[in-house]
Design a binder for this molecule. Structure first.
Ligand code: NFE
Length: 503
């Protein structure tokens, strides 16, 4: 039986996933990014300083990561020495965006795969938010509509949490998390100027001033977010894990892991980062080499050559290409499939024992759940890794904001050279993000983005090897071939963003 799970909801963008189920098991999966955008074409011939603005429009969820990856690429191309304040502000903006994004992903996009929203019908208390949710669910169920209204219904049939208090507590946190996300976005806007698309991020630093009042405002907002992460987000993830222990074994991708490293610790060009960079493949970890990244397009709707390196890539859309089933390319590293994202960040860092807090948190959770490090390659592993990322990032942002020197420069002068090129790599919340810029005659001659969901929602490569999310789906047992809640839980654990992946 072949089933289209699309349009997949509670994700960003237009994703279909076609699964083939035989004897209750997914034997084939195809991830289909169903729109073309063409940002790299839009950038050709423009002023290079447009790039960190235009690429932020790739996405409204992770715009800062695009602005910063573009700024890093331009800093290389222009050979800029970024002042400490500028680098710190980039970190403060980007880190706050990660916090917002993890909470959005868990509470609004994933929790209702596990939490039973109909438990609210048993609620007899007076909490205003919960009373409203109860009235909403009641009226939608009573309406007899085939498709009750979002956001709480409709939903797939499945094995939801049975504990009433847990379900109702999670729904309360669903509402609270939106207020906390606002605080994270406000914090990012303190130095970024606005959310979602920052006006203050530039190659060479940030156009905002380093002022005591801004630092204090930022810290107060992040402290509230951190408190929510510790007191609600982590316990909620633990509760889901305790109710669904089999999801430590479900949804593992079959390849390696890539992280470019998140949040540089100094302004040196190859500075260490809060979370380490590396490629983890077959138990060994090696430094990232951008020259080993290629993109196959055998199954993607382009007619440009397949297997090009990043710096050589270009786009020729071919919507009617035979056998092509997606607008997402298939990135490979040395020919291999890699997963990117929160679990990749944790696994790559843990393997190198770079961040002591990550190591301690991971070891504690491995003990608590009696699992092995390999179990982080799973549905629950991705959820838990996001929470670990959130705690480590929130603590770092509070310390990092203390390192701003009020009154010092926050940005350096920019002279665009006649020609130049550069890579800029960072970690967006969904994983490794690489931008490449080539400048000729002081204009953009070529621009290429290799984006987290391009890795994770990759189609087959030219050898027919499935991408990370496809491989995570194949082999999964499903209780109901029509509804496949197991598949949706796997897909949501990757937090795909198709707007980004097709860019
Ligand atoms: Ni549109 Fe993005 C992140 C980037 S994912 S959300 O995180 O880059 O492909």
């Amino acid at each position: 039986m072949k089933i289209n799970l699309g349009p997949v909801t509670r994700i960003e963008g237009h994703l279909n996933v076609r699964t083939t189920v035989e004897n209750g098991k997914i034997v084939d999966a195809r991830c289909m990014g169903e729109m073309f955008r063409g940002f790299e074409v839009i950038l050709q011939g423009r002023d290079p300083l447009d790039a960190q603005q235009i690429t932020q429009r790739i996405c409204g969820v992770c715009p800062y990561a695009h602005g910063i990856a573009s700024s890093y690429a331009q800093e290389k191309a222009y050979n800029l020495q970024v002042p400490a304040n500028g680098r710190i502000m980039h970190n403060l903006i980007q880190g706050a965006n990660h916090l917002y994004d993890y909470l959005l992903h868990f509470y609004q996009l994933s929790a209702l795969d596990f939490v039973d929203v109909t438990a609210i019908l048993n609620y007899t208390g007076y909490d205003a938010d919960l009373v409203k949710i109860k009235a909403w669910v009641q009226s939608e169920l009573a309406s007899g509509k085939m498709f009750p209204a979002a956001p709480f219904l409709p939903r797939l049939n499945g094995d939801f949490i049975k504990n009433n208090d847990l379900n109702i507590g999670a729904l309360k946190h669903y509402v609270e998390a939106m207020e906390i996300q606002k605080k994270a976005n406000r914090a990012a806007a303190v130095f970024g100027g606005r959310f979602p698309h920052s006006t203050a991020i530039f190659p060479g630093g940030c156009s905002q001033e380093a002022r005591i009042d801004l630092i204090v405002t930022y810290q107060a907002l992040i402290a509230e977010v951190r408190e929510f992460v510790q007191s609600k987000y982590i316990p909620d993830i633990v509760a889901v894990a305790e109710n669904y222990p089999r999801y430590w074994e479900i949804g593992g991708s079959k390849g390696g892991f890539l992280s470019y490293g998140l949040l540089p610790l100094s302004s040196e060009p190859e500075s260490k980062r809060l979370l380490a960079s590396g490629v983890l493949y077959e138990e060994s970890c090696s430094p990232v080499n951008f020259d080993l990244i290629t993109q196959d397009i055998g199954y993607a709707k382009y007619s440009s050559p397949s297997g090009l390196k990043v710096a050589e890539s270009y786009l020729t859309p071919d919507p009617h290409k035979t056998d092509a089933y997606t607008w997402t390319k298939a990135p490979r590293y040395n020919g291999n499939v890699l997963e990117v994202g929160p679990a990749a960040r944790v696994l790559v860092d843990y393997r190198q024992k770079e961040n002591k807090t990550v190591k301690k948190l991971v070891d504690n959770f491995l003990d608590k759940f009696a699992i092995r490090i390999q179990n982080l390659n799973s549905v629950l592993g991705r959820h838990l890794s996001r929470a670990i990322n959130a705690l480590v990032i929130a603590d770092f942002l509070l310390e990092e904001s203390e390192r701003l020197n009020p009154g010092d420069k926050t940005i350096c002068d920019i002279n665009i050279p006649e020609s130049g090129e550069g890579y800029g790599a960072t970690e967006a919340s969904r994983g490794g993000l690489l931008h490449y810029i080539k400048i000729e005659n002081r204009k953009i001659a070529n621009y290429e983005c290799v984006v987290p969901t391009t890795w994770n929602a990759s189609p087959r490569d030219d050898r027919g090897i499935p991408g990370a999310m496809e491989s995570a789906l194949i082999g999964t047992q499903v209780a109901d071939g029509e509804d496949q809640i197991e598949a949706v839980r796997i897909i949501h654990s990757f937090d795909p963003c198709i707007a980004c992946s097709v860019h």
